[in-house]
Design a protein around this ligand. Sequence first.
Ligand SMILES: Cc1ncc(COP(=O)(O)O)c(C=O)c1O
Length: 494
Amino acid sequence: MPYTMEDFQRDYIKEHLNVLTPDEVLQRFSADKLLKGLSAEECLRGISVEERLKDLPMEEIEAYLKEQENRKQSERLFNLAKKYIPGGVNSPVRAFGAVGGNPIFIKGGSGSRVIDMDDREYIDYVCSWGPLILGHAHPEVISAVTEAAKRGTTFGAPTEREIELARLITEAFPSIDLVRMVNSGTEAVMSAIRLARAYTQRNRIIKFEGCYHGHSDSLLVKAGSGAATLGLPDSPGIPPSLTQYTYNLPYNNLAAAKEVIEIHHADIAAVIVEPVAGNMGVIPPMAGFLEGLRELTEKHGILLIFDEIITGFRVTYGGVQTLFDINPDLTCLGKIIGGGFPVGAYGGRGEIMEMIAPSGPVYQAGTLSGNPVAMAAGIATLKILSDKEIYQRLEKTTGLLTRGLSENIKQLSIPAVINQIGSMFSLFFTDGEVRDYASAKTADTKRYARYFRQMLKQGIYLPPSQFETVFVSTAHSETDIERTVQAGFTSLKE
Ligand SMILES: Cc1ncc(COP(=O)(O)O)c(C=O)c1O
């Protein structure tokens, strides 16, 4: 079907309403001349196609139509997907809701690049949300996976590879004696919480605002009205009786944790934390925060759970806990340990882990847990990462990128800050320090949306949300970084 002016008008307006303020929309359409005193939405509803288009500069229409032409296949597939899949995607952030426009559909990936269904190439900084630390289709990972698949993809019976991956994990994490494989991060955290409750025979947990631990009921929680009030469901479908056991406290605020623990410790089973937060953009822990949590939890017989699903094998071989030399009681892993396949894991002190069935009474199981293809991908990935120089190289490449972007920000006098640790970072469009959810939320998300879209046009695929992490892989080259910094300059000027 030809792409008509009507289509153009509909899409243009839809997209720009997402990324521009109503005032900016008004300005673009010069609608104030025509419809004084009405809101942008009222103007857009009330004026005809001709009226809307006549005030748009021709170059803008042409550039927009060209862009649409470049996304034809992705648009076609997204429309088709919506017929069969809720919202057209299998995980919400993929729908580009936070940045406007429709998602690009990916045909394939190699190294640092992905190609979309319209054959446009992008330098990829999403890296499947973290797992692909070696880039796309790393030859050694693909070869290990192919070899495993040829011998059968799942048996529902133990295989040798499960021991090998468990060995690599326990050797990398001094706090992990035993580890259980599951199929996703959500499952790992949900199981670790169950185990902590069983071990301590207590019910309540503490999490931190802006940290994401998967979508299980007791963790999909928003804060109640005061620090010491219990959480409220953050999605319909979660009974308040489940979230009433969860406190949602400000990140990096040891005093708030102390206050709640001192009052309620007798019924607190666990404190769970992303030791470097990655789900409100990157926020490193402030000096003393993690150490303080360790001290408080130990004192009161509460289990400390580090959710290292992003940070495990990302910030170093091992996780944040090896960098900071803190031993949590339990650790949740995922992403990188699956080498691009669906894997999660939880592990910790032997005495606690022995409570899991069949050693102990805490039930947890999985049809595909520890399946040989995922194990093969994880083992191949960790073996490559065990060369510790890799982390120095990753840090160097990432530093090159963040320094370049900082320079852009400075030259253009844009209020923005970059938080980085190892090969993960976020650029927040705000001028103050970003140290918790409240300060992250001061970021200008509309500006991020514009930046994202300009970068995408220039072949740079960033996370489609201000509050996500940019991931750099070993496949990103200095040329990739130079191109990204240049594209960043142009995009920030827009
Ligand atoms: C820190 C953290 N924990 C848990 C999860 C949930 O993992 P999954 O998406 O594999 O269920 C994520 C996902 O991004 C995460 O970043």
